[in-house]
Ligand binder design. Structure first.
Ligand SMILES: Nc1ncnc2c1ncn2[C@@H]1O[C@H](COP(=O)(O)OP(=O)(O)OP(=O)(O)O)[C@@H](O)[C@H]1O
Ligand SMILES: [Mg+2]
Length: 295
């Protein structure tokens, strides 16, 4: 009898109620529209973190990066073969100018890659980057897509929208480790290890407590850092620990904190084995206590 009641599994619970794949520009899943962008080209010389500006925006994004390491011996062998071939082409004069330009470009590029691999011990990878953004509103989706394209293009990357390939692109940007075959053809780019580093995506974003006090700037994204140590919702307690290389400004910051606290009339105790704070203490009319064994 229980058969007739039907079965309802966990899968049914988490799966969407509908998926609409009819539109080439986006796919629609439970009132949410998803659209993808493929990065199809960028500078090899890029040494900035290329995804930084994108990640620092507050756009809803799913980014997928696929790396495929290439066999170094095979690559060098192919490159050498290619360099030889194009080299001959270049010597051949009866071609039109444009051909020669392109040949010269690939020739230099191939030589550059070979040199980096042989001398600087770099590896060659194929790199694929897909970005999916989503919104419950089609107009906003369009706005987000334009914004993403703008950011990427200003960083020297060429993009293409995944029209007619939205499903593949969507599947490639969810954590399935699935790199869509048809997307691969268009977005494949080779990078050396140094270029690969530029795609590092785990970048700390802004540290900003609403009622915080300005501490300094975040060197990774130039954002201002405001910390409210007494925000008990965010931090368990107001303890602070300062690390930094010698001369980085640890003592300076500590003294600044002491002065600020002083302005607020907070009672402060400093344990100072190096007597580094003696002047500060005197200037603030504090009391120096010597603690130690008596000899
Ligand atoms: N925010 C700042 N603006 C301007 N100058 C600063 C700043 N922070 C530190 N300095 C200067 O940098 C120098 C080194 O700072 P500080 O002595 O605080 O470094 P430290 O990290 O305590 O070094 P150490 O590890 O040697 O104790 C000092 O001359 C200080 O005046
Ligand atoms: Mg110091």
């Amino acid at each position: 009898m229980s058969f007739l009641e039907g079965t309802f599994s966990v899968k049914d619970k988490i799966s969407p109620s509908y998926i609409n794949l009819l539109n080439p520009k986006y796919i629609e899943i439970d009132n949410m529209f998803y659209s993808s962008i493929l990065i199809i080209n960028y500078y090899r010389e890029q040494d900035d973190l290329i995804l930084r500006t994108l990640i620092d925006t507050n756009i809803n994004l799913n980014i997928s990066l696929f790396y495929e390491k290439q066999d170094i011996y095979k690559t060098i062998r192919d490159l050498t073969y290619h360099i030889g071939n194009v080299g001959v082409d270049l010597k051949n004069n009866n071609q039109n100018r444009q051909d020669i330009d392109i040949a010269a470009f690939t020739y230099n590029d191939a030589k550059y890659i070979r040199k980096e691999m042989q001398i600087n011990n770099e590896d060659l990878y194929f790199l694929y980057i897909y970005i999916t953004t989503f919104s419950s509103n089609i107009k906003e989706l369009e706005y987000l897509l334009n914004k993403i394209e703008g950011i990427l293009q200003s960083k020297g990357m060429q993009t293409r929208r995944a029209y007619f390939r939205q499903e593949q692109a969507f599947l490639s940007t969810i954590p399935l480790m699935k790199n869509g075959e048809e997307l691969k053809e268009i977005s494949k780019r080779n990078v050396l290890t140094s270029g690969l580093v530029a795609t590092y995506p785990f970048i700390s974003s802004a540290i900003f407590d609403e009622r915080g006090i300005f501490v300094g700037t975040n060197i990774y994204n130039n954002s201002l850092v405001f910390i409210d140590r007494y925000d008990t919702k965010k931090y368990k307690n107001a303890n602070l620990c300062i690390f930094g290389t010698s001369g980085a400004g640890k003592s300076f910051y500590t003294k600044l904190l002491i002065l600020r606290n002083r302005l607020l009339g907070i009672e402060q105790y400093i344990i100072d084995p190096e007597r580094e704070y003696e002047t500060l203490c005197n200037n603030l009319n504090g009391t120096m206590l010597k603690i130690g064994p008596r000899f």
